[in-house]
Design a protein around this ligand. Structure first.
Ligand code: AMP
Length: 623
């Protein structure tokens, strides 16, 4: 395909306001691309190399401006280009204002003179620029780029300039290309078994608008601009590999595993649906990372019956590819981070002797192996120089939590518990494997969480034990436990004696808020009766010693006993965490706390200072 034709079609797409019509244009273009299909697909996304490939053009604005200026003629220099850029705001539009050496006027693409640029040639020369390194490379790179502009028309120059900087700005996102591949090469008339599957998964054009409330900076994206290669596709039945016939889903799946739009387009055209289904994991080629949503233990256990509970490490995501000889490490955005992390490479190569793909986190640790804050990892993660010196300063270790491939077996479709078993077999006798436990009871989850926090970790992850590894998806199968909402200060108005060994201790505590309008009545600090409304019971998060001291404090306030249950005169205020406030007929407030957790006694508060039902209502509304 002539590059002029590509540019003309790109201009048409740029002018097209409608999303559906854009897909049609792209679909037509892919259909006409012939042998250039993979290149055209990449160019449309402003890429010369596939997303997984760490090679970059490394052409900065200065070099580009210089090349444009040189091609534009004797009277133009890089300063002029920059002045125009300040005025026009976008380099493609600037490039299109010049008459270059090879300016051939409109309509040139219908003929194909000897000097016409082709898509293949532009691709080849840009790759040559990427490969030009070493002494004098800057000049040679400039010469090659100048050579391209020198042969470009205004419209070609516009898209060439944008391509060089990696941004086509024609409104073609990953979702558009995916839909267009399906429309162009697969039979899209099959019945859609999931309703509007496209609507389900067409979220990638709003990368990071996925409700992710990350508090942490992402090492791949410290400015929070949003990861370029992350599709952030939400979970949906239709992309879960559930055998749906939706061709868009087939394309999506192949893309998530391979991160190579050009290859996927070619496979779709040549081998259709079957070919796409065969696109699998390859050791050395990163898979899009599976992502997590915020969620609670309640949701996890409600949804799955039981949940895998695992430490959430406060580090940077890393995907380990070891082919039996060499190791490559990739970041969450699939950038190659092998060189900055030599000790992870050494560890993998000493511990494992079969090909593997592992998913995990690189954490910084102190001399005792205890975790250090995430910022420490950042100092190592993208380091190009002085790696050995930094290695002395910040010690990093791998914490692997998933295994996508082991010794010839692709495990993406295996259940999590099986994948984790394989991981544990591979890394036996090391600290590098996350410990998991399977919990069906929120108390067990709380206990693991407490232990994780005590050990200095960030928190916990909850995972569906039976879930497959879904590349690129921020689904409901992995939940990062929400940090607690604001705590409540509640009055203890009842309790229950424990059982067995704890029969002499009060173990479960009934919690109450001040009733509405109780303000006037409670100023003696001991108001009772209907001044309080119940809200739930707490038994979690209390150590044996605390139980003893609480029993001692509350026993003098016991009003009546009925079997194991006692009512207690309001005297002690607990600070209580919880996951959610639900409406409930069980308690007199009309609300119940989900998973209340004892934080401590508010020694500084009397019952009159406890939270009111008003505040509970407000917090419930805000959820
Ligand atoms: P967030 O960055 O807050 O969206 O949390 C998800 C991230 O937590 C993942 O992308 C991982 O980098 C990280 N993480 C830490 N520990 C785990 C774990 N055990 N399982 C999965 N992800 C983890």
């Amino acid at each position: 395909m002539q590059f002029a034709e590509f540019a003309a079609r790109a201009a048409e797409i740029e002018d097209e306001p409608g999303d559906l019509a854009t897909v049609d244009h792209v679909c037509d273009l892919l259909g006409d691309a012939g042998t250039d299909l993979p290149v055209v697909v990449r160019f449309l996304q402003g890429r010369v190399f596939p997303a997984w490939d760490a090679t970059t053009l490394d052409i900065g604005p200065a070099l580009l401006h210089e090349a444009i200026a040189r091609a534009a003629g004797q009277n133009v220099d890089a300063d002029d280009v920059e002045a125009k850029l300040a005025d026009v705001g976008e380099i493609g539009a600037v490039a299109a204002t010049y008459e270059f050496g090879g300016q051939r006027g409109l309509g040139a693409f219908s003929g194909s003179g000897p000097d016409e640029l082709t898509v293949a040639e532009v691709d080849e020369q840009l790759r040559e620029i990427a490969a030009t390194i070493g002494e004098g490379s800057e000049r040679r790179r400039l010469d090659t780029l100048f050579g391209l502009f020198n042969r470009a028309s205004a419209s070609e120059a516009k898209f060439l300039a944008r391509l060089v900087l990696g941004e086509m700005r024609i409104g073609v996102g990953e979702g558009t290309v995916r839909d267009a591949i399906a429309e162009a090469f697969l039979d899209t008339d099959v019945e859609d078994t999931n309703g509007d599957a496209n609507a389900d998964i067409d979220a990638d054009e709003q990368v990071d608008a996925d409700g992710d409330t990350d508090a942490d900076p992402d090492p791949d994206d410290p400015d929070g601009a949003g990861p370029p290669a992350e599709s952030g596709t939400p979970d949906s039945a239709s992309v879960d590999g559930d055998g749906t016939d939706d061709p868009v889903v087939a394309v999506e799946h192949a893309l998530q595993v391979s991160n190579d739009y050009g290859m996927v387009a070619r496979v779709a055209r040549e081998s259709g649906r079957e070919g796409l289904d065969d696109v699998g994991l390859e050791v050395g080629r990163p898979v899009q990372a599976m992502l997590a949503q915020a969620g609670s233990a309640a949701e996890a256990i409600d949804e799955w019956g039981e949940a895998v509970v695992e430490t959430k490490f406060d580090g940077a995501r890393v995907q380990v590819h070891y082919d039996g000889e060499t190791t490559a490490l990739f970041s969450r955005n699939m950038d190659d981070v092998t060189d900055p992390l030599p000790e992870v490479v050494e560890f993998v190569e000493s511990a494992i002797d079969v090909p593997v793909v592992l998913d995990g986190e690189v954490v910084a640790v102190d001399d005792d192996g205890a975790p250090l804050p995430f910022q420490e990892v950042l100092r190592r993660f993208r380091r190009k120089y002085d790696v050995e010196q930094m290695r002395e300063e910040v010690r990093v270790e791998l914490r692997a939590f998933d295994c996508l491939h082991a010794d010839g077996d692709d495990l993406l479709d295996a259940p999590l518990v099986e994948r984790h078993d394989r991981l544990a077999e591979l890394l036996v006798d090391t600290d590098a494997v996350s410990d998991i436990s399977v919990a069906a009871d929120p108390d067990e989850v709380a206990a693991v969480e407490e232990a994780a926090l005590d050990a200095g970790h960030e928190g916990i992850m909850l995972k569906d034990p039976q879930s497959t590894y879904a590349p690129g998806k921020r689904g409901r199968n992995w939940l990062k436990r929400k940090p607690d909402v604001e705590t409540l200060d509640l009055v203890v108005t009842g309790a229950e004696w424990g059982e067995g060994r704890r029969a002499n201790l009060l173990g479960t505590f009934l919690l109450s808020a001040r009733a509405d309008g109780a303000d006037d009545r409670a100023d003696d600090g001991t108001a009772g009766g209907d001044a309080y409304v119940t809200l739930g019971k707490v038994a979690t998060g209390i150590t044996d010693e605390e139980l003893e001291s609480l029993t001692e404090r509350l026993t003098p306030h016991i009003e009546h006993e009925d079997g194991q249950t006692v009512s207690v005169e309001p005297a002690v205020v607990f600070e209580v965490g919880y996951e959610e406030i639900q409406q409930s007929p069980t308690y007199s407030s009309g609300y119940a706390l989900r998973f209340p957790r004892f934080v401590g006694v508010r020694e500084d508060k009397s019952p009159a200072d406890a939270d009111s039902l008003d505040r509970v209502e407000r917090l419930a509304d805000e959820q």
